[in-house]
Design a protein around this ligand. Structure first.
Ligand code: SF4
Length: 500
């Protein structure tokens, strides 16, 4: 049950009640208000509210008043300041700039999102001239901080381009003085000592994929002539040791690894968590498979019902919580994103779960051939024949032109969750986010039908689980969940550059 009650609607709410949304959670009723406060009431208390009864001074009255649910008690200045703070990402332009330096890749993955090319497809390498134009454009952003993320294909295949971009960006940034960072998403199998030395010296943060225990990972990510799993693990350990040798805290500085949850992975939630923890990872992102960048026939093989995913998620996070109860500090990223909004009233600016979404105004993707996309998802759809999210070319584009592009405007409108059909009356609207590219890909419309959306099903399922935990109110669990909302900045990876 989820619904929006406001004054004037039936059933009649007490006149002092602000507009609320409500949902059954663990036998009680969760109420949220438009600015993100939440409170549980019993079914009986809710029935009274729905009949318009609210006795001043009662227990439920006090709880509602404390949480800004009563008009006469709302501290408007405080609420406005909190809303301004949550939306402060709107004051900046895109800070994430994804460079597809090549489409070539030496691994073949069953779910390949990136639409890889064979290793001899050298025409899919970004030229140094185009790479410089991408850097020049990225530095035009109004954001005071930017991250250049190297993607592919496999970026280690085009390592000369990576090196060129790093050096050129550092040099050009002297004129801009932005906080500049680099990340690389790599399968690590083409790493060698020389590349590692360059990446560590130039503070390029590294991120890889681990799809679970060795048999699952190796089956899903085929590396001809070797084991994709053992190659990744070998280099994760080497890179983590390099950070320790620099005197960096290993609980904060280590290779980040991403999971893509496939059908095989669904059966192994605990083993997947164990694998990550044994590799030294302290943040596990239990991402479901995306619908982008692969053909329909592949989708039929690897897709699954999201009810199965929700079950997998619950089991895996319970297992992570158990680790925490035994003293390990490890978190799940989806949970941390939602909990930061639910418990801290802060928005961590995760681009896919914010309102409006981060397409173009939070991130841009630059393809090897110079085409610019609103997001990596838009870029992946281009590789499967859909050009809906191309917004320019680095040879001719201007920053202003990109930000004012009609596609960008449409994406902003379609990702303001407070006015989307279904989201508008969803209890979780204050914390959630919609991804118009996902709607477009799966439903053929930017404005999705959330009750049929697999992404909505994931978001709703995760928030149900988290609010159930908050309703149980076990002090140790709540303490762990609160700890997951603490952001520890990785300042080592930021090239703070004063403009000269
Ligand atoms: S995407 Fe789904 S869970 Fe999120 S606000 Fe919209 S309807 Fe609610």
């Amino acid at each position: 049950m989820t619904q929006l009650i406001s004054l004037g609607q039936k059933p009649a709410a007490p006149p002092d009640l602000v507009p609320i949304r409500f949902r059954d959670v663990a036998g009680d009723v969760l109420l949220t208000n438009p600015w993100g406060d939440w409170v549980f009431v019993s079914q009986a208390e809710f029935a009274d509210l729905a009949r318009g009864h609210l006795a001043a001074g009662s227990d439920v009255y006090t709880r509602l008043a404390e949480r800004n649910f009563l008009r006469s008690k709302v501290d408007v200045e405080k609420v406005a300041a909190a809303m301004r703070n949550k939306k402060r990402f709107l004051d900046y332009g895109p800070n994430l700039h994804m460079f597809v330096v090549t489409l070539r890749c030496n691994e073949t993955c069953v779910y390949c999102h990136a639409s890889r090319a064979e290793m001899d497809a050298v025409h899919t390498d970004m030229t140094p001239e185009l790479a410089e134009k991408c850097v020049d454009l990225a530095l035009q952003t109004t954001s005071p901080a930017i991250t250049i993320e190297f993607q592919g294909g496999e970026p280690l295949v085009a390592f000369d381009t990576v090196k060129h971009v790093v050096k050129y960006a550092l040099q050009r940034n002297r004129a801009y003085g932005k906080d500049l960072g680099f990340t690389m998403v790599s399968n690590l199998s083409l790493m060698d000592d020389e590349k590692l030395k360059f990446l560590v010296e130039h503070k390029v943060q590294m991120c890889t994929s681990i799809d679970g225990p060795e048999p699952i990972h190796t089956k899903q990510r085929v590396l001809v002539g070797g084991s994709s799993y053992f190659e990744s693990v070998k280099w994760i350990e080497r890179i983590n040791k390099a950070y320790i040798d620099l005197g960096l805290d290993p609980t904060l500085y280590h290779v980040e690894a991403l999971l893509t949850t496939t059908r095989d992975a669904l059966k192994k939630p605990r083993e997947i968590v164990d694998t990550y923890i044994n590799l030294g990872c302290r943040a596990i992102f239990l991402r479901p498979v995306d619908p982008f960048g692969f053909a329909e026939k592949t989708r039929a093989k690897i897709e699954y019902d999201r009810a199965e995913y929700r079950e997998f998620y619950r089991t895996a996070v319970e297992h992570i919580l158990d680790y925490n109860r035994r003293g390990e500090q490890v978190l799940e990223r989806y949970a941390a994103i939602f909990l930061t909004k639910i418990l801290q009233g802060e928005d961590p600016n995760f681009l896919d779960i914010r309102s409006p979404g981060g397409s173009a105004i939070g991130a841009l993707a630059y393809n090897y051939d110079g085409k610019i996309f609103t997001s990596d998802e838009g870029r992946m759809m281009h590789e499967t024949g859909d050009d809906s999210f191309v917004i320019g070319d680095v040879r001719t584009a201007t920053y202003r032109g990109l930000m004012k592009h009609e596609t960008v405007r449409a994406l902003i409108l379609a990702s303001i969750r407070e006015v989307q059909p279904d989201c508008v009356s969803c209890t979780y609207a204050p914390y959630c986010g919609v991804q118009p590219e996902h709607n477009h890909r799966t439903q053929g419309t930017l404005f999705g039908r959330m009750r049929e959306s697999t992404l909505c099903s994931v978001h709703k399922g995760i928030q149900d689980f988290l609010f159930e935990k908050l309703r149980e109110n076990d002090p140790k669990t709540v303490e762990i969940l609160r700890r997951w909302t603490t952001v520890r900045e990785r300042t080592h990876f930021v090239h703070a550059s004063a403009a000269s």
